[in-house]
Structures are given as C-alpha cells and as structure tokens.
Design a protein around this ligand. Structure first.
Ligand code: URA
Length: 230
C-alpha cells in the first residue's frame, strides 16, 4: 500500500495532515525518514510519525526445506506428518507454502509469511521455471519433447499447459521445467503417455536452487540474495 494511503486510513490524520507530515519529514519507515507519498509499505514495515509507532511491522521469514517423502505439504493435517512438523515451533507461525509437493515428492519446498513474494515465485504469469527431476516406470520417448512444448489439455481446469522444457537424461529419467503448478501437474503430463511417474524431485524454483548441503528433512533460512532474486 502507498504510504499516504496507510497514514490517511489511520483515524488520527486527514489527507491534508498526511501531506504536511510527509513534507515536514516527520514520517519514518523502518527507521528511515520517507517523504514520498507513493512509497510502498507492507505489513512488514515499521511505521512511525514523530515518536508515535503506528505499525510495529513483523519480521518477514523465508525458508527452504528439503522435503522428504512421507509428509504432506500442508500446514495442518489430521492424519499425516506435515512439512511444518519438520521446523522448530518458534519458526512455524504464519508460514505458508509457496508451491506444494505431493506426499511422496521430494526436494525444494519454500515456506514464507510474505504472500506478495511467494505469488511472484509461483504465479504462471511471472514464468519462473519450476525444475523437476522425474523418474518413470516406462521409457520416455523422444516424441514426448514436442508434446511437452506444445502443452497438454487439462479438462478439469479447461486449459492447456504452458510450454514446458523436457530434457531426456536416460531411458526412464528426465529433467522437466514448467512455469505452472497445477494439481499433480507432472504426473498428469506423463499420464498422457500412460507412463507412471515413480520418482519426483524438485531441484529449483525460479532463481532458488535446493541447497545440496541440506539432507531430506533439513531446512535453512534463505539468503538476502536469494530473496532479492525473486
Ligand atoms: N507435479 C506433480 O505431479 N506432483 C508434485 O508433487 C509436483 C508437481
């Protein structure tokens, strides 16, 4: 939200007062004086006018987890262990998952409390590739490549998938880059060829790669550079 809107929405200032406060350089965002009414503020921003605190801000959190098999990508589940159970209780609050993985899929899972940031990472519009290593039951034919590029019609959603890049690595192994995250997308794509996915591992989401130092079930905080790259 724009800073002038944030301040104008408070019961204590009208629009004219907001303009004056900004010109008089009495407004601070995250400790810095800001005079630009268009300055973007978020729920993570600390906003003060003179000595009065109007929003404390909350710390933004960004984590990568090496998801193991046998847990669900959900924040609550009545039956199964969830990915949140792999994190210390103090870190779990408010987190959501940026792009779920199936129960038996392994690899890169990103958890954050920053919805705007995670939307950039996951929305098809931003075209950030999600890269998977795929193992299949049957051989992967050379003709698959063009079909992945052309797209698959998904009747349930009534859409055709965006062009996807399939690199065949071996008779039953491939690397696949997709820009969407439809329900069971990879399995449904291979399902078109009646070829069952027997192993699925996410290696990368956009600019963020799974840290090879993380074993299954381990996590770390994203670096400033990883956060800024999205
Ligand atoms: N596509 C799938 O089918 N499963 C996943 O877990 C991720 C992508």
């Amino acid at each position: 939200m724009r800073l002038d809107r944030f301040l104008g929405n408070l019961p204590c200032y009208n629009r004219q007062q907001v303009r004056l406060l900004l010109i008089q350089r009495r407004v601070r965002v995250d400790g810095e004086v800001v005079a630009d009414p268009l300055h973007e503020v978020r729920e993570f921003s600390r906003i003060e006018v003179d000595e009065q605190l109007h929003q404390a801000g909350r710390p933004a959190r960004y984590l990568m987890l090496h998801k193991p098999t046998g847990c669900v990508s959900a924040t609550h589940d009545p039956q199964h262990r969830t990915v949140l159970d792999l994190l210390p209780a103090a870190l779990r609050d408010d987190l959501h998952i940026a792009g779920r993985l199936d129960y038996n899929t392994t690899g890169l899972l990103i958890l954050t409390n920053d919805g705007q940031w995670s939307r950039r990472l996951t929305q098809p519009r931003t075209k950030l590739p999600k890269v998977y290593r795929v193992q299949t039951e049957d051989e992967i034919g050379a003709h698959y490549v063009d079909k992945f590029q052309a797209g698959f019609y998904f009747a349930f959603e009534d859409l055709t998938t965006q062009p996807a890049q399939l690199d065949i690595l071996g008779p039953r192994e491939a690397r696949l880059a997709i820009v969407e995250g439809r329900y069971h997308q990879v399995k449904r794509m291979f399902g078109h060829f009646q070829n069952k996915v027997v192993g699925l591992h996410r290696e990368r989401m956009g600019p963020i790669e799974l840290d090879p130092a993380l074993g299954p079930g381990e996590f770390r905080v994203l670096s400033t550079a990883e956060i800024a790259a999205v």
